[in-house]
Design a binder for this molecule. Structure first.
Ligand SMILES: *[C@@H]1O[C@H](CO)[C@@H](O)[C@H](O)[C@H]1NC(C)=O
Ligand SMILES: *[C@@H]1O[C@H](CO)[C@@H](O)[C@H](O)[C@H]1NC(C)=O
Ligand SMILES: *[C@@H]1O[C@H](CO)[C@@H](O)[C@H](O)[C@H]1NC(C)=O
Ligand SMILES: *[C@@H]1O[C@H](CO)[C@@H](O)[C@H](O)[C@H]1NC(C)=O
Ligand SMILES: *[C@@H]1O[C@H](CO)[C@@H](O)[C@H](O)[C@H]1NC(C)=O
Ligand SMILES: *[C@@H]1O[C@H](CO)[C@@H](O)[C@H](O)[C@H]1NC(C)=O
Ligand SMILES: *[C@@H]1O[C@H](CO)[C@@H](O)[C@H](O)[C@H]1NC(C)=O
Length: 379
C-alpha cells in the first residue's frame, strides 16, 4: 500500500521523489570477459573490475590485458538490465606520467564503448568512438557519459583499416586497469543521482524524466493500466486468442488460464485445431473428408463432402449395404451381392448367372450332354 501511495505521489510531482540512492559502480566484481588474454597470467578480464587501480603497470596484477590482435574486445556483465549513467575507464600508464610520450597512449587511441543487452555489441548502442584524440590529447582516466538501459558494457578497439592515424599502435589490445560503470542499482530508480522513481511498469529514460515505454501488458501515460480485455503484450498491441468461456487472457503473456474454446488450441488459444483434429482441446479426429481435406475445427463437419466409403456431415458413417463411393452416392450393381463400399467391386459374389467385378456380365453355364460334348449356354 505504501508503495502505491508513493508512486501516486511521484506521478503528481513529475516523478520527482526524495533521493535515497546515488550512482553506484554496477561493474564491481561482476563477471568480465575479453577476446584473448595475455599469457603472463596477471591480466585476466576480471582484473578490470576488481576495484583496484593503484598500480597502473600492465603486469601489476590490477589490469586486464589481451594478447595482440586486429581487434580487441572486453566486456562486463552487470547481471541484468540497469540504468547506466556513465562509464569510467582507467587505462594502463605503466605508472608513468600520462602525456604524449607515454607508451600506452598508442593502444588507447581509437577506442569504442558500447552498451548492449546481449554479448554482441552490434545489438546495442555505441556510446563513444574515438576519432579525434592524439597521444597528446587523449585523457586517462576518462568518463564516458552513456545514459542507456543495458546489461553489458563492451570496450572495443580495432586496427583493421590501415593506414592508421598518427600515433596509433599497429595492433589492438585491451589494457584496462579499471572499468567502473555508474548507474542506478535498482531498476525502478533512474535519472540524475537515481533521484527519480520510475513507475513500476514503465521503462524510463535514464536522463529524462518520462516514461518512455510501458513494459509488456501495461499502457497509459505512467503505465498504471493493464491492457484492456482481449489485448496483451507490448503496447497492448496483440489480441487475445479464444480463451474458454470468454475469459480474458493474461495481459502480459496472452495465455489463457482455463483452456480454449472448442476448436482452438495452444497456450494462447490462437491456433485452430489442425492435423485433422477438431473439438474441445482438439481431442476428436476428423472423419474421411473428400480429397483428404481437414474437417471444420469446431464441429468436425467436412466442407466438401466425403471420401469413398463414408457419408454424413462428419463422414464417419460407413456406407450401408448396397451403396459405395464418395458420400455413398453410388449403388452397387443390380446383380451384386453387396459391393465393396470404396470402389463398388462385388467382392461378396454375384446373383446366379452373373459375373465380372461388378457382376455386369452374364456367366456361362456349362452343360454336359450324354455324348460327352459340351454345350455352352448363355444365361
Ligand atoms: C535493453 O532492454 C531494455 C528493455 O528491457 C530496453 O529498454 C533498452 O533500450 C535495451 N538497451 C539496449 C542498449 O538495447
Ligand atoms: C567522473 O565522473 C565522476 C562523477 O560524475 C566524478 O566524480 C569523477 O571525478 C569523474 N572523473 C573524471 C576522470 O572525469
Ligand atoms: C575500426 O573499424 C572502423 C569500422 O568499423 C573503421 O572505420 C576504422 O577505420 C577502424 N580503425 C582502425 C584504426 O582500423
Ligand atoms: C545530484 O548530486 C549532485 C552532487 O551531490 C548534486 O549537485 C545535484 O544537484 C544532484 N542532482 C539532483 C537532480 O538531485
Ligand atoms: C503497436 O501498434 C502501433 C500502431 O499500429 C505501432 O505503431 C507500434 O509500432 C506497435 N508496437 C509494437 C511494439 O509492435
Ligand atoms: C499438429 O502438428 C504440428 C506438427 O507436428 C504440431 O506442432 C501441432 O501441435 C499439432 N496440432 C495439434 C492440434 O496437436
Ligand atoms: C478413412 O481413410 C483411411 C485412410 O485412407 C482408411 O484407412 C480408413 O479405413 C477410412 N475410414 C473409413 C471409415 O472409411
Amino acid at each position: 500500500m505504501y508503495a502505491v501511495v508513493l508512486l501516486v505521489c511521484c506521478s503528481w510531482v513529475a516523478l520527482l521523489c526524495p533521493s535515497v540512492q546515488a550512482y553506484e559502480n554496477l561493474a564491481l566484481k561482476k563477471p568480465a570477459w575479453q577476446s584473448s588474454t595475455d599469457i603472463s597470467g596477471y591480466t585476466e578480464a576480471e582484473r578490470a573490475v576488481d576495484g583496484r587501480y593503484t598500480d597502473l603497470s600492465v603486469l601489476g596484477g590490477q589490469c586486464a590485458a589481451s594478447g595482440r590482435g586486429q581487434t580487441a574486445e572486453w566486456r562486463v556483465d552487470l547481471g541484468g538490465v540497469k540504468y547506466i549513467h556513465h562509464v569510467f575507464i582507467q587505462y594502463a600508464t605503466g605508472n608513468e606520467v600520462w602525456d604524449e610520450n607515454n607508451f600506452w597512449t598508442t593502444f588507447f587511441l581509437g577506442t569504442s564503448v558500447y552498451i548492449s543487452n546481449t554479448t554482441n555489441k552490434e545489438d546495442g548502442v555505441l556510446c563513444f568512438r574515438d576519432t579525434i584524440y592524439t597521444p597528446a590529447t587523449i585523457p586517462n582516466p576518462v568518463n564516458i557519459t552513456c545514459p542507456y538501459l543495458g546489461r553489458y558494457v563492451i570496450y572495443y578497439n580495432n586496427r583493421t583499416h590501415p593506414p592508421y592515424p598518427e600515433g596509433y599502435s599497429e595492433y589492438a589490445y585491451t589494457v584496462l586497469c579499471e572499468v567502473e560503470v555508474y548507474g542506478c542499482p535498482t531498476p525502478e530508480r533512474y535519472g540524475e543521482n537515481c533521484s527519480l522513481l520510475c513507475p513500476e511498469n514503465c521503462n524510463c529514460d535514464v536522463i529524462g524524466n518520462t516514461c518512455v515505454e510501458c513494459v509488456s501488458g501495461y499502457k497509459g501515460h505512467l503505465c498504471y493500466e493493464e491492457c484492456d480485455d482481449h489485448t496483451y503484450g507490448l503496447e497492448c498491441n496483440n489480441s487475445c486468442g479464444k480463451c474458454s468461456a470468454g475469459v480474458k487472457c493474461d495481459h502480459v503473456t496472452g495465455s489463457c488460464q482455463n483452456g480454449c474454446i472448442v476448436g482452438m488450441y495452444g497456450d494462447r488459444c490462437d491456433k485452430e485445431c489442425d492435423n485433422k483434429t477438431y473439438g474441445l482441446d482438439c481431442r476428436e479426429s476428423c472423419g474421411n473428408c473428400s480429397n483428404g481435406e481437414p474437417c471444420h475445427h469446431v464441429n468436425g463437419n467436412c466442407q466438401f463432402g466425403c471420401d469413398d466409403g463414408v457419408f454424413g456431415l462428419k463422414c464417419i458413417t460407413v456406407c450401408p449395404t448396397g451403396r459405395y463411393g464418395a458420400n455413398c452416392a453410388k449403388t452397387c450393381g443390380p446383380n451384386c451381392q453387396g459391393c465393396n463400399r470404396l470402389n463398388g467391386v462385388c467382392e461378396f459374389g454375384c446373383h446366379p448367372e452373373w459375373t465380372g467385378s461388378y457382376c455386369e456380365k452374364r456367366s456361362f453355364t456349362i452343360i454336359w450332354n450324354d455324348r460327352g460334348d459340351e454345350t455352352h449356354l448363355i444365361g
